[in-house]
Design a binder for this molecule. Structure first.
Ligand code: SRM
Ligand code: SF4
Length: 578
């Protein structure tokens, strides 16, 4: 179908459902400009309401420290303490030493002195003031990274297994992540104009931009909602492929990627009060050859662009379209847009999930070290100096850096002789080696939540470590400390740490209280179900203890905690819990 054939929102028939407010903002934004330029030139601490929607496409969210809200209220201050989260887009999580160091410098010089490794292999700075935003973007761009399309209604960071194995397979999927990322990147010049243009002559302004430029893939109103893509290997689903709008599972024969099974319509966000919303795992759709992959990705994006729901942002993700219309309809549309028939999926599917932590060989005589960063937060305090450790490792070894979807980092291209020194640096800064961490901590992740996330209901990354402290002891007492299962916590039901397909998901529901999900799987191929609602933070391990006990004595050989919970089902688990 040609791009001209689809209706633009403004030209739509009046009987069409009413467009959501964000659609109108995008439509009149002149390709994401809005009044961001004027606001940047003005001596204010924050942006107007409409621009906040557009800023996301540029990789930044306006926030305020929610703990400061109370104190500013008490002191009678009328304005919130506004600052910005800035997210960098890093396809497959692959970056250089210099790029990581630049982010560490930024968080120290103009951020809140911490850096967050995200669940999609990205990096986030927090606490950037409006007056420093341009500098922040420029310094990131100078290292050849970008924040464009790290957020917003476009294809966001494309994930792929980051492991540096020198087999052809990893290099192929990592290149595909980069290719998809480049191809689906917005083409608007507004990013350059607003953030990167040199204003030193005094003649340039940030208010340029024309309506004539056409986004070749997205069009004027971009996508109805955020869009997420990931690539996985059958023996390594470290990117949690089924939770994405679009996933590629590499099909390997004779050590070569001969194509991909394409899965569509995954997504986790849910609003518990709105029954029309739900988490969904992607559905297998078709097989594509390596040559078809980027074109088919574009076709899928275009189907979502033209058929995705633009009247209700709660149901605007691709998953609802696939759910409502069915996979056959979806495949038919994709073929129409792509311009040829696609083959059926091969039987290949994901069978393992590796976290790539600890020492491993690359295959070229060099090795890499997977360093577990608890909940992805890099900071320095009197006990633990994550930032200092990373800086020292970067300066000493200049490793290539790779970020994992479990919020951790791989130091790559190391000479095997570097091991004692690297481990010494980690220990010197009060940090545990991966080998010293319990399985339950190693396989746990948590979203940002308080104090910066405007949607957080409860704590998450600041609370999970203490939950794990208790769980760790209990599992050891029960002889279950060697078990491998995922524990994922979020501060609200949006699901940023992917709790809904974990063995144990802890989802913030009300102040200090969590919904406890069980029955998902480390492999990411099954949704969990609610075991108990509104569990106080301190009672999480006690709530799970009867299940842990029964699992230890009743499980079948090789059965994981999530598999066991799923096999028994809610009723039996509730009976066990009494
Ligand atoms: Fe997320 C919104 C943080 C991965 C589902 N997410 C947010 C915002 C921007 C809050 C907001 O809208 O104001 C959070 C910023 C908090 C802060 O202070 O930094 C936020 N999401 C994150 C990160 C940083 C969590 C982390 O600790 O790592 C992750 C950034 C990934 C990246 O680099 O791009 C992050 N978010 C996810 C994931 C996991 C994934 O993609 O693999 C999900 C579930 C998968 C999915 O998309 O369905 C996720 N985030 C959401 C949603 C629910 C979307 C929905 O369909 O309902 C929201 C809210 C929204 O979009 O309205 C949200
Ligand atoms: Fe914020 Fe909720 Fe996402 Fe956590 S899950 S980062 S609380 S939006």
């Amino acid at each position: 179908m040609s791009d001209d054939a689809r209706p633009s929102p403004s030209a739509q028939d009046t009987t069409e459902p009413k467009l959501s407010a964000v659609e109108l903002i995008k439509d009149s934004s002149r390709y994401l400009r809005g009044s961001i330029g004027q606001a940047l030139m003005a001596d204010t601490t924050h942006f107007g309401k409409d621009d906040l929607q557009l800023l996301k496409f540029h990789g930044t969210y306006q926030q305020d420290d929610r703990e400061q809200r109370k104190s500013s209220g008490e002191s009678g201050k009328s304005e919130k303490d506004f600052s910005f989260m800035v997210r960098s887009r890093i396809p497959a999580g692959i970056m250089t030493t210099e790029q990581l160091l630049a982010h560490l410098d930024l968080c120290d010089s103009i951020g809140n002195s911490t850096l967050k490794i995200t669940t999609r292999q990205g990096l986030q700075l927090h606490g950037i003031l409006k007056s420093d935003l341009r500098e922040c973007m420029q310094r990131i761009n100078r290292t050849m990274l970008t924040t464009l399309a790290a957020c917003g209604d476009v294809n966001r960071n494309t994930m792929a297994c980051p492991a540096p194995y020198t087999d052809n397979i990893r290099a192929t999927v990592q290149k595909l992540a980069q290719d998809i990322s480049d191809h689906l990147s917005p083409k608007t010049k507004s990013y350059y104009e607003l953030w990167l243009k040199d204003l030193s002559s005094g003649e340039e302004t940030l208010e340029g931009g024309s309506d004539e430029f056409v986004e070749p893939i997205y069009g004027k109103t971009y996508l109805p909602r955020k869009f997420k893509t990931a690539i996985a290997l059958a023996d390594d689903n470290c990117t949690d492929v089924y939770t994405n709008c679009l996933g590629f599972i590499a099909v390997v024969r004779d050590a070569q990627v001969i194509g991909y099974n394409v899965v569509v319509g995954g997504g986790l966000g849910v609003t518990p009060s709105a029954k029309k919303t739900f988490p969904r795992l992607a559905t297998r759709m078709a097989f594509v050859t390596p040559e078809q992959a980027v074109g088919v990705a574009e076709a899928i994006v275009k189907v979502q662009r033209d058929f995705g729901y633009r009247d209700d942002r709660k149901r605007a993700r691709l998953k609802y379209l696939v759910h409502d219309r069915g996979i056959e309809w979806m495949r038919h549309q994709v073929q129409e847009y792509y311009g040829s028939t696609l083959q059926d999926c091969t039987p290949d599917d994901v069978v393992e999930h590796r976290d790539h932590m600890g020492w491993d060989q690359q295959g070229d005589g060099r090795c890499f070290y997977g360093f577990n960063v608890e909940n992805g937060r890099l900071y320095d305090d009197e006990n633990r100096q994550w930032k200092k450790a990373l800086r020292e490792i970067c300066e000493e070894f200049q490793p290539q850096i790779r970020l994992t979807a479990h919020q951790s980092v791989l130091f790559c291209n190391l000479d095997p002789s570097s091991r004692p020194k690297l481990e010494g640096i980690i220990k010197k800064h009060g940090l545990p080696l991966t080998e010293e961490i319990s399985n339950v901590r190693r396989w746990s992740i948590a979203c940002v939540a308080l104090p910066t996330c405007g949607l957080a209901i409860t704590e998450s990354e600041r609370a999970l470590p203490s939950v794990i402290d208790v769980m760790e002891k209990k599992l050891q007492e029960l002889g279950l400390d060697k078990e491998l299962f995922t524990v994922r916590m979020t501060g609200c039901p949006n699901g940023c740490a992917r709790p809904y397909n974990a063995d144990i998901g802890l989802v913030g529901k009300a102040k200090g209280k969590y919904t406890v999900y069980v029955g998902g799987t480390r492999l990411g191929t099954r949704l969990a179900f609610i075991f108990k609602d509104l569990v106080p933070l301190e009672a999480i391990t006690d709530t799970l203890e009867p299940l842990f006990k029964a699992f230890g004595s009743q499980r079948q050989e090789g059965e994981s905690f999530g598999d066991w919970c799923s096999r028994l089902g809610l009723e039996k688990l509730q009976a066990i819990a009494g």
